[in-house]
Design a binder for this molecule. Structure first.
Ligand SMILES: [Zn+2]
Length: 577
């Protein structure tokens, strides 16, 4: 490809709204342009990267025995009503009516459609295992789309769905996908980790997220220093601390009410009472599908709402409004406490071993001190409700947990019979008995993978593409367009490389070498061949690696074989990583 013929509108300035590196660089490198909030056009350079990621995904899905299909993006509401997700999915589901006033949605995911195919086409156990996948555009009407392709509303995704006769079959299918995902992200040249994750709106029994490691990542990954425990922070379990001997009733101090005028925070109350935050129990009131629930947690910890949702088995919990808090406790926010509450009380494990602690008094401007479980407070249930903190103990081995950041690029779920049950997707087993199909689903954000690669590999000059997903592998830069021998050599190298199957861009623009070098760095082409006058007089050209700035000078006649060797080396390095 010739630079002058390529639509590659590079820019010097970051777009004002771009908050993250990948968004800035994709925009500046002329890869994408915004049409509307969270909706982007892919320009030629961007699409080349997308296609490369897709191709790696496709090859590995096929290798794992999955078959490619293409499902409609417009879906009828009836299907979504059958699974109740028409109501449950909320505003992220883009809904509209067709000309006959029939409700439709633009698919944010395809469990309904694929399960509908399964219930029509799968009759017998002999037709499974089966795995179907597609690479397709999806739409989720995110409330705050941002970060470019990282959190767009419209996005390209690979989604696969496995169908098995039983749990053991699902286990095998899931494992195959897990391994395929490892190969995919390795082949893309990315550093990643697989973590245990929550199943969320998709539902199901187990799931893993594949995270590309990047300091700029939105997700916090919890990992153990000494065993292989890794989880996302939403899922990460707290180790239940052993119960301390709580002391007999006699040694407990008497309950006492204290005046705490206008003190509504852990900080102000503990400072005033001269106790530590870990001597106070916070009472947080939540509104849930099951009514109002009070949760108790140590003053220096935070409630993990997704753990509470899972425990209660409900869709969404939210911190109660001022009115609801007042109604439940008889006091404004900041003074809630467990004593005398008539709603369900769930306490975090961290509260179990506490004695003589501080709580709100369910009365404006008052707290209790020397509160004790049993004597003063009746807890309905103890559970793991807290958000893990860096340095907490590993739930498996007890050693210290550390935090790192990542970007979720893939997510795999064991769905079980969640969708086959509601949509009645059944098959006949060996004995002619009707049974529900056991399913798994497996997603990869294609655009997000490209964006994550930029978050992982960039410097102040621009993108540093890993060789396997680079839009071009090589850029040839003649430094002076007026010099005929120089242009001839560059053209010759370009033709030879193209002929050898190398993806090469020839920068024959009439620009200064400075401009050409800057653009080459910005768009992140892994190898740059500079054809300059000084070197050429001695029959030499220079090859520079984008990833480390390393340069070598070689005889121009050896260019093709050297370039091929360097490309192979970088492609293989990504597989070994
Ligand atoms: Zn551990």
């Amino acid at each position: 490809m010739r630079y002058s013929q390529l639509m590659l509108p590079t820019l010097k300035e970051d777009p004002a709204e771009a908050e993250v590196i990948s968004h800035k660089l994709m925009f500046r490198a002329g890869m994408i342009r915004k049409l509307a909030a969270g909706i982007y056009s892919y320009l030629p350079l961007g699409l080349r990267v997308i296609r490369k990621v897709e191709e790696i995904v496709r090859e590995e899905m096929n290798r794992a025995g999955a078959q490619e299909v293409l499902l409609p993006c417009v879906q009828p509401a009836e299907l979504w009503m059958e699974t109740h997700r028409w109501e449950e999915y909320g505003k992220d589901l883009l809904r509209f009516k067709d000309r006959h006033s029939r409700d439709c949605c633009f698919g944010p995911t395809h469990e309904e459609v694929i399960t509908d195919i399964a219930r029509r086409e799968i009759r017998s156990y002999r037709q499974m295992p089966l795995n179907l996948y597609q690479i397709q555009t999806k739409f989720r009407d995110e409330i705050r789309p941002r970060f470019g392709l990282m959190r767009g509303r419209e996005f390209i995704m690979k989604d696969a769905y496995s169908f098995d006769t039983d749990e053991a079959g699902l286990e095998k299918s899931y494992h195959k996908m897990y391994e395929a995902y490892e190969r995919i992200f390795k082949r893309c040249g990315l550093t990643f980790t697989a973590v245990e994750a929550e199943t969320g709106l998709i539902g199901g029994s187990a799931s893993h997220e594949f995270m590309v490691m990047a300091e700029t990542g939105e997700e916090i990954i919890v990992s153990c220093q000494s065993c292989d425990y890794t989880a996302n922070v939403q899922k990460a379990e707290a180790k239940r601390t052993r119960l301390r001997a709580r002391g007999s009733e006699k040694t407990l101090k008497p309950l006492k009410k204290m005046e705490t005028p206008d003190m509504k925070t852990v900080e102000t109350v503990t400072q005033f009472l001269k106790v530590r935050p870990q001597d106070l129990v916070k009472t947080l009131i939540f509104e849930t599908d099951q009514g109002v629930v009070a949760t108790l947690i140590r003053g220096d910890h935070e409630i993990n709402e997704s753990k509470l949702e899972k425990l209660l088995g409900c869709g969404e919990v939210k911190l109660a409004s001022d009115d609801v808090v007042y109604e439940a406790t008889g006091a404004p926010k900041g003074f809630a406490g467990p004593i005398g509450l008539s709603v369900k009380i769930i306490a975090d494990y961290s509260v179990e071993s506490m004695v003589d602690f501080v709580t709100g008094a369910n009365e404006e401007d008052a707290h209790y001190v020397n509160v004790n479980l049993g004597r003063d407070v009746k807890v309905d249930q103890f559970a793991d409700l807290r958000m893990i903190k860096e340095g907490d103990r590993c739930p498996r081995c007890g050693k210290s947990l550390s935090f790192s950041r990542g970007i979720e690029v893939g997510h795999i779920f064991k769905l079980g019979t969640k969708y086959s049950k509601t949509l009645k997707a059944t098959y006949l087993d060996e004995n002619g008995r009707e049974r529900e199909i056991v399913m798994g689903c497996y997603g990869i954000g294609v655009g997000r993978t490209a964006a994550a690669a930029i978050e992982q590999y960039h410097d102040e000059d621009g993108i540093i593409w890993p060789m396997p997903i680079a839009p071009f592998q090589v850029i040839v830069v003649p430094v002076n367009n007026k010099s005929e021998p120089l242009m001839e050599t560059a053209e010759g190298i370009y033709r030879l490389l193209s002929g050898s199957g190398v993806e090469v861009l020839l920068d024959e623009r009439d620009s200064t070498p400075g401009v050409k070098f800057k653009d080459a760095d910005l768009i992140g082409i892994p190898l740059r061949i500079t054809v300059g006058e000084k070197n050429l007089k001695r029959g030499l050209v220079e090859i520079r690696r984008r990833k480390n700035g390393e340069t070598i000078v070689i005889g121009k006649g050896n260019t093709t074989e050297t370039v091929l060797a360097l490309i192979n080396e970088e492609m293989e390095a990504s597989l070994r990583a």
